[in-house]
Design a protein around this ligand. Structure first.
Ligand code: NDP
Length: 478
């Protein structure tokens, strides 16, 4: 029996993707460096579909229909290169090598170029949804050549999550586009989680609402415009009581957040692209600060707060909900804007409506909001910024008064809200007619002759600051 696809790397993600393919009627050839994982999968789930057991990459390759499709799901980084190195001599022109792990998009670009020289397709795929998603239907973001998608796409669409029957899988663009979009998805996920955390802190420390009661509030919020997977599971976590202590679970968990790196990658890449993803950056920094436990302990004795003992304003819970919604919109707007910048930089024709559509189910940031985002970008009159789409401009305007009250209250109470406040600053920065960047330009010209442009004349100018302060036309160094 020749298999439709081969999977090498059968730890939890690879095994679940292989099972997902098999459950959808595909014959799947299985391979893992150590054969134990292959046999464990076959012993436990061998009856779920048609599997072919193989012990070597040669056997795996020999078991596949042509063009061959080999999906690599090993540990990200060097192991992926090592498997590619072993695999490529065994393959033929037109075969497709797929990396569905969490690889950096620059690695994917490099691997794609190297394999193209050998006549092979390399497809970097972003997969979101964790272990359960991999088994039951993830959101899938494939890069690579369009030609390879013609062969691979129908299989990926079949195993993907569905939103109203629509597969959450679309061809994203060439080379590293799929992994890039997955990376930005994760950046948005960081910001989404941070704004939820800020809302929780404000409701607890500002309004004195205990976790169990907050769980009900989040459940209620999940019925409206905030409806999303992360809000839903926030209610679940907040409602949970620790069995050992009978305290709220949230109170026995160490308050330093871990990270695997995709949020950091997003911010590094955004800095390189000059893309202002302040909400995502602040959420990565917030995790960093939370992890500086020694400094935080020392700060208890050293740093004064001078908080004002103000009462939270009436209607505070609803204000927080609106601030959360507005900040969340800004994070999505920033992430999508970063995609637009990357598309220009890397020559990708990213279809923002399709990207929003495949985030509607299966992935961690799935939310009702994404259906509206998809519609905003499906419109012929595509907005320059998500916030300019009429529906969103209106929604965020309605939230602004509450947003300002919440940020002001948080500042008075000494409750850090880095994403609520930086998102508001981004919003105000976008709206502001004149920014102090004019002064920055003046300073740069004075100390470094970096030149400036004028609002009333074409060209580039320099003021002779150390001389008679007359203005001269300069060569453009912007
Ligand atoms: P791991 O990242 O834990 O990797 C373990 C697998 O890699 C094993 O099959 C192991 O083989 C294999 N492996 C490691 N080094 C080598 C090597 N040098 N040569 C050959 N095989 C090697 O597996 P996961 O299933 O957790 O994750 C796989 C990928 O999916 C990763 O990129 C990860 O980041 C990503 N991931 C994605 C998630 C998502 O939600 N999208 C969630 C979790 C992971 P052996 O058994 O022989 O040791």
């Amino acid at each position: 029996m020749s298999a439709h696809i081969g999977v090498t790397g059968l730890a939890v993600m690879g095994a679940n993707l292989a099972r997902n393919f098999a459950r959808n009627g595909y014959t799947v050839a299985l391979h893992n460096r150590s054969v134990e994982k292959t046999d464990a999968l076959l012993n436990q789930h061998g009856d779920e579909g048609d599997f072919v057991r193989t012990e070597s990459l040669q056997e795996l390759v020999d078991s596949l229909q042509k063009p061959r499709r080999v999906l690599i799901m090993v540990k990200a980084g060097k192991p992926v290169d090592s498997v590619i190195e072993q695999l490529t001599p065994l393959l033929e022109d037109g075969d497709i090598v797929i990396d569905a792990g969490n690889s950096h998009y620059e690695d994917t670009r490099r691997r794609e170029a190297a394999l193209a020289e050998k006549g092979l397709h390399f497809v970097g795929i972003g997969v979101s949804g964790g272990e359960e998603g991999a088994l039951l239907g993830p959101s899938i973001m494939p890069g690579g050549s369009r030609e390879s998608y013609d062969s691979l796409g129908p299989m990926l669409e079949k195993i993907s999550a569905k939103y109203d029957g629509d597969p959450c899988c679309r061809w994203i663009g060439t080379d590293g586009a799929g992994h890039f979009v997955k990376m930005v998805h994760n950046g948005i996920e960081y910001a989404d989680m941070q704004v939820i955390g800020e809302a929780f802190d404000l409701l607890r420390s500002g309004a004195g609402i205990e976790p169990a009661e907050q769980a009900e509030i989040f459940t209620e919020w999940n019925k409206g415009e905030l409806s999303s997977f992360l809000i839903e599971i926030t209610a679940e976590v907040l409602a949970h009581t620790d069995a050992r202590t009978s305290k709220p679970f949230i109170d026995v968990v160490v308050d330093s957040a871990g990270q695997k790196g995709t949020g950091r990658w997003t911010v590094v890449s955004a800095l390189e692209l000059g893309s202002p993803v302040s909400g995502i950056a602040e959420s990565v920094f917030a995790r960093g600060l939370s992890s500086q436990r020694d400094q935080r302990a020392l700060a208890q004795d050293v740093l004064a707060g001078h908080e004002e003992q103000v009462q939270v304003p009436e209607g505070f819970v609803e204000d927080v909900r609106q601030a959360l919604f507005a900040s969340k919109l800004v994070s999505y707007a920033q992430g999508i804007d970063m995609l637009t910048s990357a598309a220009k930089e890397y020559g990708w024709e990213l279809k923002l409506d399709e990207i929003a559509s495949l985030w509607r189910a299966g992935c961690i940031i799935r939310a009702e909001l994404l259906d509206d985002i998809m519609k905003a970008y499906a419109d012929e009159d595509r907005p320059e910024n998500l916030l300019f789409a009429p529906a969103f401009a209106e929604a965020i305007a309605a939230a602004v008064p509450a947003w300002r009250r919440v940020v002001a209250t948080a500042v008075q109470l000494g409750i850090p809200v880095p994403v609520f406040s930086s998102s508001l600053a981004y919003y105000d920065g976008l709206r502001r007619k004149r920014l102090p960047a004019a002064l920055t330009q003046g300073l740069r010209d004075l100390f470094g002759a970096h030149t400036y442009r004028r609002i009333d004349a074409e060209g580039t100018f320099h003021t002779q600051w150390s001389g008679d302060k007359s203005e001269v036309e300069a060569v453009d160094t912007h």
